[in-house]
Design a protein around this ligand. Structure first.
Ligand code: PEP
Ligand code: MN
Length: 337
């Protein structure tokens, strides 16, 4: 971080800035010329609030030269993080496929879909029990009953389960019952929720917010990691753009960008990105080739009558076809499913 003082800055203003910086245990290097005065900060500048420095008289600009995140930063941990969920690894050479319906609707539905996606080669079962719906009149999920049905499907198939948490009220029950706790796009910046999840040791699947920048998304991961839980997997699920033909716009650049900036695994959700079932296969294939660590795909046994997101759900047969291609591409990329 560099603090640029204006050319009318007084000595005591410069001293004030240096005092604050040194008081936080950082080094402050002053360079002064005829018409400029800059202070270079050395050390862990993620603890410094640039806005606070900007409020000091005589400060012209505060420039960040280092990212504000530390635990997620590849600079501080060059090797890829590999997250192990009941023996299923995500990251490094390990490719993960999470598949299942948007919502858990009934015991028959979730068990049937779980068996089908397992046969096709998925290693996690997804299914929403607490649903973040745009309309309060839409199906809101089976809630706790839905979690219990996911457990039955886990028992029937051995698949680890991934499901979304919406409120801190349910942290204990999610910790007890769920293998991977999903934070949905709409809750990416629910900092209270992120802090509480940071106190657990569960794997957290953190979806990118609808209009979140990479830095905002990584800072949300940092919230979880700062609490002591470093088991974070990121999920790109499309962002808001001017385009309305697709539900969102899949930002495939998230894969190389997140891999450059962080050591965390990143998976792609082509279902919520495109919003149309026929977009799932081409986007899933592109994601693998671009280096994704996994996929999250919505699969429903009866998409026409699905209680949520039927239009973007693959039938089990289409998912099976897709998985044949996924396996070939994953091998080509020298990864393992
Ligand atoms: C979901 O995965 O069911 C979901 C609601 O996703 P998102 O938060 O990405 O919209
Ligand atoms: Mn959905």
């Amino acid at each position: 971080m560099i603090v640029i003082m204006n050319n009318k800055a007084k000595d005591d203003e410069i001293k004030k800035v240096m005092g604050i910086v040194e008081g936080l245990g950082l080094e402050a290097n002053l360079s002064r010329g005829g018409s400029f005065c800059v202070i270079g900060l050395v050390g862990d500048t993620s603890i410094i609030d640039g806005d606070k420095l900007m409020a000091i008289d005589g400060v012209e600009k505060v420039l960040k030269v280092q990212e504000p995140y530390k635990k997620a930063n590849r600079l501080f941990k060059p090797e890829n993080s590999i997250i192990d969920v009941n023996g299923n690894k995500i990251g490094g050479k390990n490719f993960a496929v999470m598949a299942g319906p948007c919502s858990v609707e009934s015991e028959e539905q979730i068990i049937e879909v779980a068996k089908k996606v397992k046969e096709s080669g998925a290693n996690f079962l997804r299914g929403g029990a607490f649903k973040p719906r745009t309309s309060p009149y839409s199906f809101q999920g089976l809630e706790l009953e839905g979690l219990n049905l996911l457990l039955k499907a886990k028992e029937a198939t051995g698949l680890s389960i991934v499901t979304e948490i919406m409120s801190t009220d349910y942290i204990d029950v999610f910790e007890e019952k769920v293998d991977v706790i999903q934070v949905g796009a709409r809750n990416m910046q629910n900092f209270d929720l992120l802090k509480q999840l940071g106190k657990t040791n569960k794997t957290i699947l953190l979806k990118r917010g609808l209009s979140a920048t990479f830095e905002e998304w990584i800072m949300s991961a940092e919230y979880i990691m700062a609490g002591g839980n470093e088991n974070v997997v990121l999920c790109e699920r499309g962002i808001r753009t001017f385009e309305t033909y697709t539900r969102n716009t899949l930002d495939l650049s998230a894969i190389p960008v997140i891999k450059k900036l962080t050591h965390l695994p990143i998976i792609i959700d082509p279902s919520h990105a495109g919003g149309k079932w026929w977009l799932v296969e081409p986007m899933a294939k592109a994601a693998i080739v671009a280096g994704a660590d996994g996929l999250m795909i919505e699969v429903h046994n009866d998409p026409v009558n699905a209680l949520s997101d039927g239009a973007q759900s693959l039938k089990p047969e289409a998912f099976d076809d897709l998985m044949k291609k996924v396996k070939v591409l994953v091998e080509l990329e020298e990864r393992e499913l």
